[in-house]
Every structure is written in C-alpha cells, then in structure tokens.
Design a protein around this ligand. Sequence first.
Ligand code: SF4
Length: 375
Amino acid sequence: MAILISSGVSSVEEKLKVLGMASSYDVCAPPSTEKLKGKLPGIYYAWSSGGRVPLLKTLFTNGCSRDCSYCAFSALVDAPRHSFRVEELVSLFLQLFKKGLVQGLFLSSAIPCHPDDTMEKMVEVARRLKEGEGFKGYIHLKILPGTSPDLARKASRFASRVSINLEAPTENALKAIAPSKSLKGEILPIVTSLKVGFTTQFVVGVGGGRDLHFLKAVEALKKRYGLKRAYFQAFQPVAGTPLENHFPGSRERQLRLYQGEFLVRCYGFSAHELVDSQGDLPRHLDPKTHWALTNPQHFPVDLEKATYYQLLRVPGIGPRLARRLLALRARGELSLLHLEKAGINLRKSGPFFTIRGKRVVKGIPLQGRLELELE
Ligand code: SF4
C-alpha cells in the first residue's frame, strides 16, 4: 500500500519542523549523550570521540505504508505527511553547514511505498553532498527494511556510517509490534550483504523478548557481521497508535541493556554469563559488578599475571585502563601510586585484585557493600 503525501505545498522550514522533530525516534547516541539543540528543529548534538558534534537529523519523509503498532508515523495513524525533495534537502543541509550550525547529517525515513524508492533518494542526497559538493564530513544513512542488498551496499559507499534497525531481537517479538516487517525476509538479508560495520536499534519493553534475547542478538551480529553498536529505546506509548495504552518501557532496563551490550561487544562476556535464570539482567546493580560478586571463584586476579580479558572483568576496569595497567606492568610500575595515577578506583576495583599475591584493599565484597581498608 502506497501512502499519499502532500509534499508540494509545505515550505522547507515547515517540513524541517515536522521531519526534524520526527527523527527523534531514531537514536544516534545513548540517551545521555544525544541532545536536541534548542530552537532549531532537526539539529541535535551527538558526542563522538572528537567531542560534541551538531548534526542535522531528519526523516526524508514521514509518510509510511507499514503498520508498526508503536510508531507515530504508521499507516494506522491519521497524521499530516511531508516529504523532502532531494534538491531541497541537499540545499538545506549546505545552508546549515555553511552557517556552521551543523557538521554532519543523520538521515532516516519512513517507507511510503517500495523501500528502494525512498532509499534511492536518500542515497542520492548523500551522493550529491559527497561527489557534487565535496562535503567530507559525517553522513549517517539509515537503511530501510526491505531495501535491496545492492542498494544497501551503494548507500554504504556514500555514508560514513550506516544503520539498520532490528527493532526486536526475535522474529516473533518483531511480528508482535511490526506485523509487516520481517527479520529473516527483509532485515537480515541486508545485514549479511552489507560488508561494512553498522549500528542497530531495538525497542525495549513491548513485544516481548528477555534481556538475554537482546544480548544474544548483539553477540551474533558482532561476531558474524561486525556490529559496531546497538542502541536501546525504552518504549514510549504514542497517542493514536494501537499501543497508546501500553505501559512505557523501563528506563532502568534500558540502562542495564546498554551496560550489558558493552560487556558483550567489548569486554568478552557472553550473554548467558550476565543474565539470571529468567534471562534478565540484574536491575539493582550494574551487570559487571553483579557478575563479579556472584562469581568470587574468579577473584582476586593478580595484576602481575592477569590477561587483558581477566582485567576487563574487574569492576571499574575498562579497556583503556586495562591497557594502561598492562603498560605499567611492562615497565615494572605496579605500585599503588602508579595505579592511582593511571586512574584506578581502589574503592571499586581494589577488592578484586592483588599485586604480587598481596591484596591492596582488605574486605570481602558482598552484595555490593564493601568494608575497605587500604594497606
Ligand atoms: S516502517 Fe514502521 S517504524 Fe518505520 S516509520 Fe513506518 S511504521 Fe514507523
């Protein structure tokens, strides 16, 4: 079913107001780091390793033929529909870029007819910016479900980063909230043919799926297809949708999933290690500390001998600190002074390691309550 979009009558400013605000449903950074910039619709700050980056973040169109029951733009919702034209969006972006208001573009879209029709236009925006205008900055393209693999690969050539939303971790969970979407039929074929790293997004708290299912999906996508990052959106009911009376997803669960995702993707944990017998992450404590407290047989680790991945299992030690500790060890500098200079938090990490077989912090970690005493 194609949907009618009245695109000709709206001004570019009106379209940006609607389509820029609409893009807030697509996540380009964890909730704590993505911010809408005051008065200008569609301009968001995202944090990267290089600092704060203003992005023009917008949908190409909010007209959609799909029936996702959580979405404000589904064909089930009666709402005004708008669409940019390729030349409008290119020109708008360049104006904002030249004024120094944005440094990059994050472009997503609803799906008014065949996904390739809209995806072609989104790729054309990126192509014109890169090849026609010589823009060298960040362009993120959302690959629409059902896009043909060839077109998805073409998108990845003009984009700095591509993403494709799985929305749910299993086919059944996806069908429950998006009956016309299919993981096997139209999302995984893109993932398997992309050949470049990508990010994805899940809706949490509606449609089913334990934390284990989300983390296993992350595990498989990282291992087989180079997933760069997964984002989690706690479900928020939208008025006028079939799920308007469903209770919102838990922010606490969203936070734990972000933490669990890091542990699976970057720290060498398996999804199964982190969840309880029901398949859920702990809610009262971060999953790594919880794992350390419930697996005392792995501690203390000796800083003189521990591998990189053993260090990563110590609460408070992440990849950067683990590398610093290995460098200190190589130089024979594992004194308390050196450790503190390197940034170790003795209160948090101390109970879980020794140096040359000797504890630097006394006390047995129990249920997160530690009696500490520096030696
Ligand atoms: S495909 Fe689904 S989630 Fe995407 S805009 Fe359409 S209805 Fe919304």
